[in-house]
Write a protein that binds this ligand. Structure first.
Ligand SMILES: NC(=O)c1ccc[n+]([C@@H]2O[C@H](COP(=O)([O-])OP(=O)(O)OC[C@H]3O[C@@H](n4cnc5c(N)ncnc54)[C@H](OP(=O)(O)O)[C@@H]3O)[C@@H](O)[C@H]2O)c1
Length: 311
């Protein structure tokens, strides 16, 4: 496993991390013990960066990460979680970044994670009803009380990063970014470079599309996270994407690597990216993704990929 410095922090993260949305039950049911087993498998094979959120299964994902942390040396691992989404009794989710809500959320997360601090505390989504200055006060308090070591954002625009960073220091931004969805490069890389941030690409495998296992006739089941994703919803875009994936698969075959690994290493070829958090609840897939941390993409293959995917 290769390791990279996480932006301007002192964290040395595994280039392949683990995304724990898959442990929340939203991607089909998962037993707690299986979730812990998957996390241990990733950890035993070199992964030290784990991304979760309260919203992933309304606390379930964080609880499974908490079980996994039991008996581990806490400083050997980096745990990232998020705030800003709350749910009602019927499970409907809404934004809330009010100061008192954020201060409550960190305590709820630490209780579920069974630890004293998280390494990275990220705003999950912006809340149009709360000024960023108010949220920043809560985040600064969380930093001062050492409940979080660093602050990050997710799904923020460049302008929102510029605003928040005036009030509280941030180190990372997590956004939808992969071979098929590249807006981040134009929209966020300038601000990422300006403030020496690092990008955590989410859905790095385009929710499974970039593994080559999804064909043109695929229809996501009604409650599957893919059913809400533009790349699956927009038929024309979906067909075009699958065609690109077919070409990428030929290239991956030529270099003798699975497409999933090529997609992960394409992200890591960008200096702004330090860790890629693919999610999976399948042991074989977890191991396949981790293997991407043991090789690097050559400039020549990078350029061939660019020709296929375009901007
Ligand atoms: N900040 C945000 O708003 C946000 C939004 C989305 C995601 N995220 C984070 O990003 C992480 C990853 O994103 P994601 O879960 O949306 O999508 P993803 O990692 O792009 O894809 C996950 C899907 O791909 C499949 N998969 C993974 N590796 C595979 C392999 N080697 N071969 C075949 N199939 C494979 C998984 O199925 P199996 O279980 O069958 O392997 C799963 O269905 C999440 O866990 C979460 O931590 C954050």
């Amino acid at each position: 496993m290769r390791f990279k410095k996480f932006g301007k922090t002192d964290m040395n993260v595994s280039v392949v991390g683990y995304g724990a949305w898959e442990l929340g039950g939203n991607w089909g049911p998962i037993e707690k013990e299986n979730g812990v087993k998957i996390l241990n498998l990733a950890y035993d094979n070199g992964v030290n960066f784990f991304d979760t959120a309260p919203a992933y299964g309304r606390g379930q994902s964080e609880e499974i990460v908490g079980e996994f942390l039991k008996g581990k040396k806490r400083e050997d691992l980096y745990i990232a979680t998020k705030c800003g989404l709350e749910w009602d009794q019927r499970g409907r989710i809404r934004n809330n970044l009010k100061k008192e809500r954020v201060l409550k959320e960190i305590d709820d997360s630490l209780r579920r994670l069974k630890c004293d601090y998280v390494d990275l505390y990220q705003i999950h989504w912006p809340d149009p009803n709360t000024p960023l200055e108010e949220t920043a006060e809560a985040l600064q308090q969380i930093l001062d009380s050492k409940k979080a070591r660093y602050i990050g954002v997710s799904n923020f625009s460049a302008q929102q990063v510029e605003t928040l960073i005036k009030y509280v220091d941030i180190v990372s931004t997590q956004n939808y970014y992969n071979l098929l969805v590249r807006n981040v490069e134009k929209e966020l890389f300038p601000v990422v470079d300006k403030y020496d941030l690092t990008v955590i690409p989410y859905s790095p495998l385009a929710k499974g599309l970039l593994t080559g296992k999804i064909s043109k006739d695929y229809e996501p089941p009604k409650n599957d996270p893919r059913a809400m994703d533009e790349i699956f919803k927009n038929k024309e875009l979906f067909i075009k994407s699958v065609e690109k994936v077919e070409e990428l698969k030929i290239l991956a075959n030529r270099i003798g690597r699975p497409l999933s690994q090529m997609a992960i290493n394409w992200l890591l070829h960008h200096k702004q990216v330090s860790t890629v958090i693919a999610g999976s609840k399948d042991e074989k897939h977890v191991l396949e993704n981790i293997e991407a941390g043991n090789w690097e993409l050559s400039d020549d293959i990078y350029l061939k990929i660019e020709k296929i995917v375009g901007e």
